[in-house]
Design a protein around this ligand. Structure first.
Ligand code: IPM
Ligand code: MG
Length: 371
């Protein structure tokens, strides 16, 4: 029995999560796997009603589960950053999910490139540091000090920033930070993954030509780790990487990328594979509780219309199965999505006619037939 915390969240989150659960339930009817789902209302609605983001109580409750299955968080009524940092990032950091794994295989015939080029990329995005640490602030009139605080499972750090400018302007800071131990454990995971799939090369992305403090530490660790593991690796600047992912995605297999640039290139790559409607992600803590979600957001304008593509969330459920040790069932789900597409069932974002629920039904049907 796998205990799964279900967080449907905002906007179209509940609709796509319902389809993901439908697929997981279809598996437990046909295979020997059982889930105990418990739903949590951690959402913008709750925030607007009660002012609560993720509370210490929520964290204590969630800690009792094997995995977290998340829809989407985001609401136009709330100022940018509140829900993102207060819910999504709080969960990622709070459960020390230091790896964000975003697979990006080409989904024929939906690929958006003009040229038919086959590719299958796994992106590993560092998920707790970089420019996402939330340390920054403003000094007005050219002077001031900021007392900053970064707390992670690996450390609890205070940082003091003193600014004294000769021009009495307003200044805003956003500090990026990486720690050696975190990069090390992240690199270990990516190297282990590439060993499992038999890949001997990792493309490491950064912007070490400009942000050379933060990314020289990053490179130092990658050089050490890859040398020790006998793993080939090479670096790409992120600007060149965005170009290469459109031009030659077939040149890449495993990509490791810092948090901020990872956010950007995974949206780009999702589009190249067929669209955000097909892109799942796993926030992974190999020793703890991982959380699975679609890469897309809450798309509030499509809420309640039964037209959003649930496949990203269904594939997030697939990743959750993999992480719970059911790679065979993960494969069943992946294949069922393929079968549904091959039968011509797909949603409007892909040029099809299926509704959200019809798409989920087609995947369920394919699972039943495959048995
Ligand atoms: C993502 C999202 C989040 C991120 C936001 C909503 C905080 O864009 O999962 O890619 O930046 O990581
Ligand atoms: Mg993003």
């Amino acid at each position: 029995m796998h205990k799964i915390a279900v967080l449907p969240g905002d906007g179209i989150g509940p609709e796509v999560v319902a389809e993901g659960l439908k697929v997981l339930n279809a598996l437990s009817e046909n295979y020997s796997v059982k889930f105990d789902f418990q739903e949590f209302d951690i959402s913008s609605e709750r925030y607007l009603r009660t002012g609560k983001l993720v509370t210490a109580e929520d964290m204590d409750q969630l800690r009792k589960f094997d995995s977290i299955f998340l829809g989407a968080i985001g609401d136009d009524r709330v100022r940018p950053g509140i829900l993102e940092k207060g819910i999504l990032l709080a969960l990622r950091f709070g459960f020390d999910q230091y790896i964000n794994h975003r697979p990006a295989p080409l989904w024929r015939p939906f690929g958006r490139l003009k040229r038919d080029v086959d590719f299958n990329i796994d992106v590993f995005r560092e998920n707790t540091e970089d420019y996402y640490i939330g340390a920054g602030g403003r000094v007005n009139n050219g002077r001031g000090s900021l007392d900053l605080h970064v707390k992670r499972h690996l450390y609890d750090m205070k940082v003091r920033l003193e600014a004294n400018a000769d021009a009495a302007d307003d200044y805003a800071f956003e500090i990026g930070m990486m720690s050696r131990k975190n990069i090390e454990r992240f690199a270990d995971h990516v190297i282990a993954f590439s060993n499992i799939i038999g890949e001997n090369y990792i493309t490491v992305v950064d912007k070490a030509n400009v942000c050379s403090n933060i990314y020289s530490l990053w490179r130092e660790v990658w050089d050490e780790k890859c040398k020790k593991a006998g793993k080939g690796h090479g670096y790409m600047y992120v600007d060149a990487m965005t170009m290469a992912l459109v031009k030659n995605p077939d040149k890449f297999r495993v990509i490791a990328v810092p948090n901020m640039f990872g956010d950007i290139i995974t949206d780009l790559l999702a589009e190249v594979t067929g669209g955000l409607g097909l892109a799942p992600g796993g926030n992974i803590n190999p020793e703890g509780i991982s959380m699975f979600e679609p890469v897309h957001g809450s798309a509030p304008k499509y809420k309640g219309m039964n037209r959003i593509n649930p496949v990203a969330t269904i594939l997030a459920a697939k990743m959750m199965l993999d992480s719970l040790g059911h790679r065979d069932l993960g494969q069943v789900v992946q294949q069922a999505v393929r079968t549904a597409f091959d039968q011509g069932v797909y949603t409007q974002d892909l040029g099809g006619k299926a509704t959200t629920t019809e798409m989920g039904d087609a995947v369920v049907e394919a699972i039943r037939k495959a048995k």
